[in-house]
Design a binder for this molecule. Structure first.
Ligand code: TXA
Ligand code: MG
Length: 358
């Protein structure tokens, strides 16, 4: 039988951060807030501690972890080379929601990198994450603090739902700011390649370095012949338990189609929910709606998306209809998560504009 751990849940104040630092030094597991999503931290240089992360999350062991640091000098111990491109990106976007892939040093165990010779590194800006890493005095490996396959947690209560009894401590620092995981950029080759879209967009990177490509394996529906360079991108993440369909087209087509399909499902006795925006809410009338944010500010949509996906599970709905969010600089990152949640199940208006994810 699995061991049940007495998980300490504490508000992230100085005393609890100190206690959490001690737990990390001893090889334990602590969940903590970052500006993107909550992370599940362990000593990145201790293979047993890293192995515990996989066990607690039920995560496949070939899916590597991101190592979190607070200062540039912590990087030197864990990577074997830093390209001029990486220097530019770090200078501009660290601390912040950007993870870079480097060649790893011998110090980093293969448990942390899922067997790879590269290591993912991020310098978070969230004050609690930073205090915790400083307190532990260690690079901290931290994937998102959810059970494998569930949406990433954007509040401490999401972490508790998934990991209570499986980890040593949860530091509650309130809701995160961004709500989507960091942009992952591979800087081991000639030109930077985005392996996972996030708050820092391709345009942001291009403005700095001229050219930047997206890993072809993450654009649109997964192609069985293309293997994503970020191993985690091959899993059906973020998935609510219900079936989900994304409806795309002009706003009138979208609301009419969703209303018609929902009416049919309801008549069959199914429990239906809609993921909509403030702009469209009224068009759905009596249907059960989750307003994810406003199209006037796409950051609100990023911020609330994972919380809405969790709410659908709590309400045990059978079918979710969602609008599409391809526009804007965050459209690629939002749609990457939404398409995975929907298992790439999309209904497109015939003759409508076919958006591009790149
Ligand atoms: O915002 C974030 O990045 C959050 C917070 C906690 O920092 N962390 C996070 O970690 O989202 P996780 O484990 O859920 O996602 C890590 C992703 C996975 O898709 C994994 O495959 C990829 O990073 N990754 C890690 N190391 C890699 C490597 N060496 N090469 C390619 N991809 C890597
Ligand atoms: Mg994750």
């Amino acid at each position: 039988m699995e061991n049940i751990i007495d998980t300490i849940c504490a508000k992230a104040d100085e005393a609890s951060i100190r206690q959490a630092g001690q737990i990390l030094k001893r090889g334990g597991l602590v969940a903590f807030p970052t500006e993107t999503v909550y992370g599940l931290g362990a000593d990145a240089l201790n293979e047993d501690a890293a192995a515990k992360i996989y066990a607690a999350k039920g995560r496949p062991s070939d899916n590597p972890l991101i190592v979190h640091i607070t200062e540039r000098k912590m990087l030197d111990g864990i990577v074997s080379e830093v390209s001029p491109q990486a220097e530019l990106l770090m200078e501009k976007f660290w601390p912040g929601p950007m993870t870079l892939i480097f060649r790893k040093s011998e110090q980093v165990p293969y448990e942390t990198t899922g067997g790879l010779d590269t290591v993912a590194v991020r310098m978070p800006s969230h004050p609690v994450a930073r205090r915790l890493i400083q307190e532990a005095g260690l690079p901290i490996a931290a994937p998102s603090a959810n059970l494998s396959g569930r949406p990433s947690p954007t509040s401490a209560s999401h972490v508790e739902e998934d990991l209570n009894g499986r980890i040593d401590m949860i530091l509650d620092g309130g809701d995160v700011q961004i709500g989507l995981e960091s942009t992952i950029i591979d800087v081991t080759g000639d030109a930077p390649v985005i392996l996972r879209p996030g708050f820092i967009s391709r345009e942001d990177v291009e403005a700095l370095m001229g050219s930047c490509t997206l890993d072809p394996a993450i654009v649109g529906k997964p192609d069985p012949n293309l293997r994503p360079k970020a191993p985690g991108m091959k899993y059906r993440h973020y998935a609510p338990q219900a079936d989900m369909l994304i409806v795309e087209g002009d706003p009138d087509f979208v609301t009419r189609t969703i209303c018609a399909k929902a009416a049919k499902d309801l008549a069959e006795g199914k429990k239906v929910a809609v993921l909509c925006t403030e702009e469209s809410r009224a068009a759905y009338g009596d249907l059960s709606c989750h307003t994810v944010g406003t199209r006037g500010n796409e950051e609100t949509i990023a911020h609330n998306l994972f919380r809405c996906l969790r709410e659908f599970d709590e309400e045990k709905v059978d079918m979710i209809y969602s609008e599409s969010f391809r526009e804007g600089t965050l459209g690629g990152a939002i749609m990457n998560r939404l398409l995975k949640a929907a298992g790439y199940h999309v209904l497109q208006q015939i003759g409508g504009a076919h958006g591009s994810l790149s």
